[in-house]
Design a protein around this ligand. Structure first.
Ligand code: ADP
Length: 309
């Protein structure tokens, strides 16, 4: 079982002729509401990848539908706390006719996760459970510490990156699943300069492996594909599958959920792990062919069908 400590968001998306200017009142031409948050997307990806998944997080009364959505996707949502005192995490997103967006984010109940909540869930976890987390809730250090202390495998997606990430016991993680921006943050590199070199991915992977020699590193490179290295093995690479990109939101979350499936399979020799990464790349590719994030995450069956085609 995977215990995912993660954010749960409500995205309020407004179509507007242009971004609102200071002092201006502007009429939106359409509005839609979507479930979001890296945590929610990754829990759905885990479940669609066929893993038993428990989501640990919190919503306000406005976010009860997020809990239902998780349950409907087969995720155990009984440890999603309902906090009547705060609103759920949410975004207000303006989208222009050109497709540009501007996003205002309020963490809400994602910022009310505390050490006591974390200890309660980790305390009841079994020795075979693994813990997944991102950097979009409070108590990230408490989650890592409690899970490591209990001897559980911890898989961390350090997104969105901020300086608090570098203070964590990253060298004790079972796996790090990250993109180039996050890798630059951890390595103290400049994404504009170091991230733009043609061999940037390989260099970052090698630097991360040298820094965290006991940790599996999975580095996603957007439409280029993904690199990985497991302790003591040669690095691997899977190119991205060529698809017509409609909406890349949630590609990283889909990849992460499916990557956990490969990480947790006991008998994954090098070839089996590479096959697992191929599965993750196909799942992410399928997700970018559809609009939205959570809705666009494919099932294992659909991914296997696409790979066989
Ligand atoms: P994030 O969304 O976290 O920044 P990436 O952009 O690196 O993550 O994407 C994660 C994975 O999704 C990539 O490794 C790749 O396999 C897949 N992917 C991303 N963009 C595309 C695309 N345009 N076409 C096909 N696959 C894609």
């Amino acid at each position: 079982r995977v215990i995912n400590f993660g954010s749960l968001n409500i995205d309020y998306v407004y179509a507007a002729p242009h971004f609102v200017r200071g002092g201006e009142t502007l009429a939106a031409t359409a509005r839609s509401i979507h479930a979001g948050g890296k945590g929610l997307n990754q829990s759905i990806a885990l479940a669609r990848a066929g893993l038993a998944t428990l989501h640990a997080g919190a919503v306000g009364l406005d976010g009860l539908f997020l809990k239902t959505l998780l349950s409907d996707a087969g995720v155990d949502a009984t440890h999603v706390a309902v906090d009547p005192e705060h609103p759920s995490g949410h975004t207000v997103i303006q989208v222009t006719p050109e497709g540009e967006n501007a996003i205002l984010y309020y963490a809400g109940t994602n910022a009310t996760i505390d050490a006591e909540f974390v200890r309660g869930i980790i305390g009841a976890a079994g020795a075979e459970d693994a813990v997944l987390l991102q950097n979009e809730t409070s108590a990230v250090a408490d989650i890592v510490e409690a899970a490591l202390e209990k001897g559980l495998r911890v898989i961390f997606n350090p997104a969105p990156f901020d300086d608090s990430v570098t203070a964590l016991a990253l060298e004790r993680l079972f796996a790090l699943c990250l993109n180039v921006t996050e890798a630059c943050g951890i390595l103290g590199l400049d994404p504009e300069v170091d991230g733009a070199r043609p061999d940037a991915g390989e260099r970052m992977l090698a630097a991360l492996a040298a820094k965290f020699p006991k940790t599996v590193i999975i580095l996603t490179l957007g439409s280029k594909g993904a690199l990985w290295v497991r302790p003591g093995e040669a690095p691997g690479f899977v190119p991205a599958f060529p698809v017509k990109a409609v909406d890349t939101t949630g590609a990283g979350d889909t990849f992460a959920g499916y990557a956990v499936r490969a990480l947790l399979s006991d008998d994954a020799d090098e070839a089996a792990f590479a096959a697992g990464m191929r599965l993750a790349a196909m799942a992410a590719a399928l997700s970018v062919t559809k609009p939205g994030a959570a809705d666009s995450i494919p099932t294992l069956e659909a991914v296997e069908r696409a790979l066989a085609a």
